[in-house]
Write a protein that binds this ligand. Structure first.
Ligand code: MBD
Ligand code: FE
Length: 280
């Protein structure tokens, strides 16, 4: 195993490059754009007057924004500091399992592993083995066969495969797509993740230090769960009593999204979590 930690520029530039492979659009009307623009600038100007933001501070901001872009850290900074508000404001009307932010390190099309399998991992993968299992249901409580459960998470050092600064972590390490069985069940064998520091050796880290903050997120699993005719949910699951569950730098913990694994046979932790999908 490596003792290196992810660098902001390595993982940031990889996240920026991945993001740019998709052309994204939104059907925002000119009227809506005008309303949002006016409110954003209006609220920013209030902050400027309220705090009498100085010219030195303005120039530091400009310098920092340039460095943030050059380091490829826009996906990192945006997903840590803004995505939670976007996710939360868009999901308030739904009744199924709560969502949470996607973050910068999702990769589509992870290999399909069936309903009961181990995630790809190295022979010397560090951590406590964990079985994460559950059922996918609709709002009426009917099990959904062939629902798709995509999962991805960091290794014990905080690396996500494909965002590893060229360390050579296998392409799909700790990533996989599961399909529920006839009773809607899935069973994922992996390693319980550890608390995670976002890469903080670049401008995002400087930002955090500037206000006396910390770069930690609680240990988490990332998931996307869906089925034909159902709303895709992107979410994260956390661990009861874990460090930083109450002070996630990304503000993305919700009380409904906390797991409490119990020690099972052979030193393997076991935890159950069921997903409920809204209709599309
Ligand atoms: C992560 O692993 C993550 O989940 C978020 C939201 C931001 C940075 C790294
Ligand atoms: Fe993450």
């Amino acid at each position: 195993m490596t003792t290196a930690v992810p660098t902001a520029s390595g993982s940031g530039n990889a996240a920026t490059a991945k993001f740019r492979t998709n052309e994204v659009t939104a059907d925002t009307s000119t009227d809506r754009a005008a309303a949002i623009y006016k409110d954003v600038l209006g609220k920013l100007s209030e902050v400027i007057y309220e705090h009498e933001v100085t010219y030195d501070e303005y120039r530091v901001l400009k310098q920092w924004l340039i460095a943030l872009g050059e380091g490829g850290e826009w996906p990192l900074w945006l997903d840590v500091f803004l995505e939670h508000f976007i996710e939360d404001s868009n999901s308030r009307i739904f009744d199924g399992t709560k969502g949470s932010i996607e973050g910068p390190y999702y990769v589509p099309d992870a290999p399909n592993l069936g309903s009961d399998a181990a995630l790809p991992m190295r022979d010397d993968e560090v951590g406590t083995a964990m079985i994460f299992q559950g059922q996918v249901r609709d709002l009426d409580g009917s099990p959904i066969e062939n629902a798709s459960v995509e999962i991805w998470h960091a290794d014990s050092a905080g690396y996500y495969s494909q965002f590893d600064d060229g360390l050579g972590i296998p392409e799909w390490n700790l990533r996989g797509t599961f399909s529920t069985d006839a009773d809607g069940h899935f069973k994922i064998h992996t390693m319980q993740p550890a608390p995670y520091q976002i890469p903080h050796d670049g401008p995002t880290g400087a930002f955090i230090r500037s206000y006396g903050g910390h770069p930690w997120r609680p240990a988490h699993l990332h998931l996307k769960v869906t089925a034909p005719g159902k709303r895709l949910i992107t979410t994260q699951l956390y661990f009861q009593g874990g460090e930083h569950v109450d002070d996630d730098v990304a503000g993305a913990v919700k009380p409904e999204l906390i797991l409490d694994p119990q020690p099972g046979a052979d030193g393997v932790n076991v935890v159950n979590y069921d997903f409920v999908l809204d209709p599309e």
